[in-house]
Design a protein around this ligand. Sequence first.
Ligand code: SAM
Length: 235
Amino acid sequence: MTNPDPDVVRATFEGIAPRYDLANHLLSGGLDFLWRRRLIREAKADQPRDVLDLATGSGDVALALRKALSVEAQITGLDFCPPMLAEAERKRIAAGHSPDSLRFLQGDCLSMDFPDDSFDLVTIAFGLRNLCDRAIGLSEMQRVLRPGGRLLILEFSQPFFFLRPFYYLYLRLILPLFARWVTGDRKAYEYLGSSISGFPDRFGLAEELRQANFGKISFVSLTGAVVALHVGEKK
Ligand SMILES: C[S@@+](CC[C@H](N)C(=O)[O-])C[C@H]1O[C@@H](n2cnc3c(N)ncnc32)[C@H](O)[C@@H]1O
């Protein structure tokens, strides 16, 4: 698969923003809650103060971080798609969080305005796959992390062999049909399917983290490696 075109990615998420959450929960059979919960558990481990959630979208990870971390923690969600951020902002207000403790900003993960060494923790959930240049994205994540700070990547992966025939069938045939029914946008979910099947497996992504100069790299497989959680530390 070729690198995703950022204009196409932005337009895709603009189109599905109001139904993004519902589609996520239905199309994953509710497993997305468990996957994000695993990320949050890992995030809590070192009680970070300054936290950046990239490709935050409708804000579910940022909101869950807000709930799970100490009141001193400051959480920033960054995304380049205004309608997705509007969903996140709506949920922040509904949950009663102040913009001092949780803020949503518009920006591009590939060239961020934050100074070097700004964050203790960077998270990105189901966003890395959408970046048009992963190497630039990973080097930006490395730049804005403080030394010793950790990057957590939650992303679709390549499942264990015995699951692959069913899984790829689901991605190619069932997912776009079902997605059209939920969101009215079949094309968006054809993109989703092809972006997932073109993404590196757990070992490939770990190697990309190594090349981006992260240390202490590890990963866990979730749901038969349909999804993986990678961890890397800024040296
Ligand atoms: C699949 S959604 C993930 C949203 C959220 N993290 C979640 O777990 O549901 C991917 C998000 O990545 C954002 N995105 C893609 N490329 C980006 C970039 N270069 N900079 C900022 N946001 C980007 C899209 O706008 C979209 O909201």
